[in-house]
Design a protein around this ligand. Structure first.
Ligand code: PLP
Length: 488
């Protein structure tokens, strides 16, 4: 399998290892597969007997054709094992009622769905370095709205030849998220708060990646990305869509070939894009439901084809979705339009004006695979309460956003992707459940009492750990910060 650029600009297709090492297409754009590999219904039926690790291997080897089967197996078994995941199904699907299901993507080491990709991607990255003739050091830059940061720190911790720098918005993450990051020990790990919001962090990192002069000045050090624009983040996320379907088959909930919807709490559009890849590969998906919070730029786009980021940025109780520039949408547009020149024009205009639009016929094509909706702040709390009352099941704020839209749009069996443990966002969940407010650690105790749900080991005792990364910088200070790390 070869990878090409969403805006063209490559003289030849890249191998997966090259694409994973580069992160972004040099000169602009994202790597996309040249075509989609297919699984037949018979292939899909076979998955129901398999463990997560084996399903991973079957999916990944279709994309990582330059990795040997042994290499992929080693990466997969290192990533998804009993030590890192507390559930044997890794991503269990739970039935709430009738046609409504939840897939729990938070059983990994940091309690958010980012682990699904970031336990595996660093392993693929180390192999990519070996395969492509590594430079002395790779410096991985991560802009995070909270969850990616910790998951990347855990995934890359102590890997040789790799240095990691994480940037998070100073006031844009929860107390638990902040502590998860600032207390992570590791020789090769650095974390800094940035004065601004997530788009400032991501904008800063993107600016650095597209500045060749700056990159050349970091002699012997190559910058890479672990953000969801990296192909190595996207591919692992395809796996659990197949796993969910296989589990529903295994449990007798669906017939082979029956279509299922997935409702996805969306920010940077990486998770739902992986669902689209699964669909293109032959998974019987009815609709993918793109659920946004109050930052509903995507809902508007799916309605009238106008993507306009020039609007107020809202800080919400689902901070990992507080994003106005959904980077992976570019890949989706490429697949829908199949025209890299057009995608290049769209993103040129977007960079200049902060707005772009597509024709009505394109919107119609998009609507054939995607539905969309959003959930406001009050509704988010109400849904947390309602789901607890009706099903005795507890969900976090991100999951609640997708749950509400799924309940409204329900046409057939729908699986809501649950992207974080309730213990990661205790304040809002406690509020939704009518518990008493306190500091986040008191609230975690309250949650334990109200829900009876076992405390996630990712947050257990972190309030007692020493803070080892206390720095706070301006967006303008990011370059200097990186220069210092490159010299380390
Ligand atoms: C990252 C994240 C999301 C959004 O996922 P995207 O792939 O960026 O769309 C949703 N929920 C949680 C908890 C997250 O950490």
């Amino acid at each position: 399998m070869r990878y090409i650029g969403t805006r063209g600009g490559l003289e030849r297709g890249y191998s997966a290892a090259e694409a994973i090492r580069e992160g972004m297409v040099p000169g602009g754009g994202l790597f996309v597969p040249e075509s989609f590999p297919r699984l037949s219904l018979k292939d899909i039926e076979e998955l129901k007997e398999l463990r997560y690790e084996e399903i991973s291997l079957r999916i990944l080897k279709k994309y990582l054709s330059d990795y040997s089967e042994d290499e992929i197996r080693e990466c997969v078994e290192g990533a998804y094992n009993d030590g890192s995941f507390s559930h044997e199904d890794r991503t269990p699907v739970v039935r709430l009622e009738g046609d409504l299901y939840v897939m729990e993507l938070w059983h990994g080491p940091t309690a958010a769905f980012k682990d699904m990709a970031l336990q595996l991607m660093p392993r693929l990255f180390v192999k990519a370095r070996e395969k492509t003739g590594a430079v002395e050091k790779n410096l991985i830059l991560v802009a995070t709205s909270g969850d990616t940061g910790k998951a990347a720190l855990e995934g890359f911790k102590d890997l040789s030849g790799i240095e990691v720098a994480v940037f998070y918005p100073e006031d844009g993450v929860s107390q638990v998220q902040k502590l998860q990051m600032t207390t992570t020990q590791g020789e090769n790990l650095s974390v800094a708060a940035v004065k601004g919001n997530f788009d400032d962090c991501q904008g800063g990192v993107k600016g650095i990646f597209s500045d060749d002069e700056f990159k050349d000045s970091l002699k012997g050090v190559e910058l890479s990305s672990a953000n969801s624009i990296n192909l190595g983040r996207l591919l692992p996320q395809i796996i659990y869509y197949f796993k969910a379907y296989a589990q529903l088959l295994r449990d007798g909930e669906i017939e082979l070939g029956e279509r299922v919807d997935f409702s996805v709490p969306t920010g940077n559009f990486g998770n739902i894009l992986a669902g689209y890849y699964a669909m293109e590969m032959g998974l019987p998906v009815g609709k993918l439901i793109c659920a946004s919070n109050k930052n509903n730029v995507l809902t508007d786009f799916f309605k009238d084809g106008v993507y306009d980021r020039r609007r107020e940025f809202h800080k919400t109780m689902s901070p990992s979705m507080d994003i106005l520039v959904s980077s992976n949408l570019e890949r989706f547009l490429y697949h829908i339009l199949k025209d890299s020149e057009r995608v290049g024009q769209i993103y040129d205009r977007f960079a200049r004006e902060g707005i772009f639009s597509v024709k009505e016929e394109v919107v119609e094509r998009i609507r054939e695979v995607m539905d969309s909706g959003y959930t406001g702040e009050e509704e988010c709390l109400k849904i947390i309460e309602e789901v607890k009352r009706r099903y005795n099941y507890s969900i976090d704020t991100h999951t609640a956003v997708a749950m509400k839209v799924a309940m409204e749009r329900r046409e057939r069996k729908v699986v809501v992707l649950s992207t974080a443990s309730i213990y990661k966002f205790p304040s809002s969940v406690v509020k939704g459940l009518g518990g008493e407010a306190g500091d986040e650690f008191q609230e975690i105790e309250t949650l334990r009492r109200i829900t009876g749900l076992e405390l996630h080991r990712a947050v257990e005792g972190i309030e007692k750990l020493p803070v080892v990364h206390g720095e706070c910088i301006d967006r303008e200070g990011m370059r200097e910060y990186i220069e210092k790390l490159a010299k380390k």
